[in-house]
Ligand binder design. Structure first.
Ligand code: SAH
Length: 230
């Protein structure tokens, strides 16, 4: 069996055992996970573990999330295919590639330049033509294309950054991990008839959303070594 068939088989197993068996049902979401080559987004040293049931290091102290969590967050956005989506925390670019299969356009913002450059080049090589990677503080959102019907934050904040709530369109959904390192919860925020409301979904564990503003977790988390190069 060639390398390509073997990774396709790994993906199929990942979809069956990690996603379907845990309740991910949306056929479009499952199709995206069958298609996107997760191993291309992880550092070479971890490629053989790309389809395992957990997060992996991607350098600079950051991680690519467990496939199930990526799938759950994606499902919570309830995408129909015509949306312009905002992702904060590009990291490896994997979540952006999944979103690119399910939406019209993806703007994704990463604050560490080396990660932004690396993910942009992988996405370009794999020919994802509807993703733009921006290197900036994602806590400020991405005003140029706002408002967004769907916003996904893949780093944990003390509370949802106000600029992101401001950039959420009427009827839109914001999915974000909120809380300190050991007590985070995944929240879904909705704007309905001008009013914001949220639901708690599951406990999660994400790297912190960093930045210059009061909504980052620096003051109570300390430095977790993000500047070490793996
Ligand atoms: N979605 C990623 C995983 C992200 S890990 C993937 O699929 O691989 C969280 C990422 O958020 C890290 O790369 C981190 O550098 C980034 N991040 C943290 N604070 C940020 C901020 N204020 N703005 C943009 N990106 C940020």
């Amino acid at each position: 069996m060639g390398a390509e068939e073997s990774t396709a088989l790994d993906r199929e197993r990942m979809v069956t055992y990690q996603l379907e068996q845990r309740g991910i049902r949306d056929p479009q979401v499952l199709a995206a996970f069958r298609k996107v080559p997760r191993h291309e987004f992880v550092p070479r040293a971890y490629q053989t573990q790309a389809y395992e049931d957990g997060p992996l290091p991607i350098g600079r102290g950051q991680t690519i999330s467990q496939p199930y969590i990526v799938a759950l967050m994606t499902s919570l956005l309830k995408l129909r295919g015509d949306e312009v989506v905002l992702e904060i925390g590009t990291g490896s670019g994997y979540q952006a590639a999944i979103l690119a299969c399910l939406a019209k356009w993806v703007h994704t913002v990463e604050r560490i330049p080396s990660l932004a450059t690396r993910s942009a080049s992988i996405l370009a090589r794999l020919e994802y033509q509807n993703v733009t990677v921006h290197c900036a503080d994602g806590g400020l959102g991405w005003l140029e294309a706002a408002p967004y019907p769907a916003i996904l934050v893949t780093a944990a904040a003390a509370y949802p950054p106000p600029p992101l709530l401001d950039q959420l369109a009427e009827g839109g959904r914001l999915v974000i991990p909120v809380g300190p390192r050991m007590g985070q919860v995944l929240q879904v925020w909705k704007r309905t008839a001008g009013k914001l409301d949220y639901d708690d979904v599951v406990p999660v564990s994400f790297v912190p959303l960093r930045g210059q503003h009061g909504w980052d977790m620096n003051s109570w988390l300390g430095d977790e070594g993000e500047d070490e190069i793996l």
